[in-house]
Design a protein around this ligand. Structure first.
Ligand code: KG4
Ligand code: ZN
Length: 354
């Protein structure tokens, strides 16, 4: 089965062609980073309009690179939620309409299920069941995955997502959007333990997260260091101090995520850990979780870095999985900006309720 996948839930237009026999045939991505940089964050209306501009050329490119004609496709998968409504509607309208025109089935994919299954695109693909840590700009969740579509939510962030905390702290440090990767790069030059931030919600039992306090702790430290810099006759905080703060923040997030993963592995008895979503591109987090799993005799699985952040390949893959099981979207165009992953069911034959 050969599937065209379309991702437009936020600020990346991603298109890919995945074949259940031959694997990933092509993937193209256009990032809107430059478009939103001046505003310090994603402007939803600008995102939607840019998806409209880019989506058809990217689909053409993905099909050409996959050496695939429309009549060779068996289905089209598009992100149906969660995400920005206007952005989602672009991918859903185009995907659903092309499927209608080409007389092939369509499927609306859950964005986080896409992230969750992304490590299965790799050669070293995880076997089920596994524990998943989903860390993106909008979500921080620990999920017990017994089967595709069978998700038990063990814990999640009660406020900011890990990626959101990275982005907000980066902004406080004066780093440009998108801040997460920039903060991580700066942290790489930082000295450990010069500053110490809390490991939120690790002292009491439970698997939920809270990152907004950590961002506030960073804000307080930044303000203190700014005052010290001004008192010393400087305009801004020294570069090394900035890096040390970034390091302390990253270490606190990574430690917190590691502690909660260890706890969830113990609670569930699972030995395999899947880490996905934008923050899973963070090298420190990847190293720390790899070391933990090695120590515990388990194994950790990640997507390759380019498939940690939003992309069309994960949508094509997740869509192919559900299309192969006989699932189909109805012929109307509809999306779900809010859509709890626990509402998903195991892939089965039939029409989906969106
Ligand atoms: O999965 P994703 O591309 O989009 C959402 O579904 O949200 O995740 C984007 C998030 C952003 O918050 C971004 O700052 C963060 O992932 N991110 C990182 C890194 N790369 C991306 N955070 C920390 N370190 C990184 N290397
Ligand atoms: Zn995402």
């Amino acid at each position: 089965m050969r599937v065209l996948g379309i991702e437009t839930s936020c600020d990346e237009t991603g298109v890919a062609v995945y074949d259940t026999e031959a694997g990933l045939l092509s993937h193209t991505l256009y990032s809107q980073v430059k478009l939103h940089a001046d505003y310090g964050g994603v402007v939803p209306e600008l995102a939607s309009r840019d998806h409209v501009r880019k989506i058809l050329p990217l689909i053409q490119q993905a099909l050409d690179e996959a050496n695939t004609k429309p009549e060779q496709l068996d289905g089209i998968a598009y992100t149906a939620g969660p995400g920005l409504i206007g952005a989602l509607l672009v991918g859903a309208s185009v995907g659903r309409s092309l499927a209608f025109g080409w007389n092939i089935p369509a499927i609306g994919v859950h964005h986080m299920e896409g992230h969750l299954l992304a490590p299965m695109l790799e050669e070293n693909s995880p076997e089920l069941p596994f524990l998943a840590l989903l860390v993106s700009g909008g979500h921080t969740q620990l999920v017990q995955v017994d089967a595709v579509g069978k998700y038990i939510l063990l814990g999640e962030s009660v406020d900011d997502a890990a990626g959101e905390a990275f982005d907000k702290t980066a902004k406080l440090l004066g780093l440009d959007y998108p801040g997460g990767p920039r903060l991580a790069a700066l942290a790489g030059q930082g000295k450990a333990k010069r500053f110490t931030f809390p490991r939120p919600m690790t002292a009491k039992p439970g698997l939920d997260f809270s990152f907004s306090g950590l961002k506030t702790a960073a804000a307080t430290t930044i303000a203190e260091q700014q005052a010290l810099a001004i008192a010393a006759g400087l305009d801004v905080i020294e570069q090394q101090t900035q890096a040390d703060i970034a390091r302390a923040f990253q270490d606190a997030v990574v430690d917190t995520l590691v502690i909660k993963c260890q706890r969830a592995l113990k609670q569930t008895g699972l030995k395999r850990l899947v880490v996905a979503g934008g923050v899973s591109a963070n090298i420190r987090l990847r190293e720390a979780l790899a070391a933990t799993m090695k120590q515990q005799g388990g194994e950790v699985f990640y997507p390759r870095p380019e498939f940690c952040t939003d992309n069309g390949a994960m949508i094509a893959f997740a869509g192919a999985y559900r299309l192969a099981a006989g699932e189909r979207a109805k012929e109307n165009i509809s999306v779900r900006p809010r859509w709890p992953m626990t509402e998903l069911a195991e892939p089965g034959v039939g029409l989906l309720p969106y």
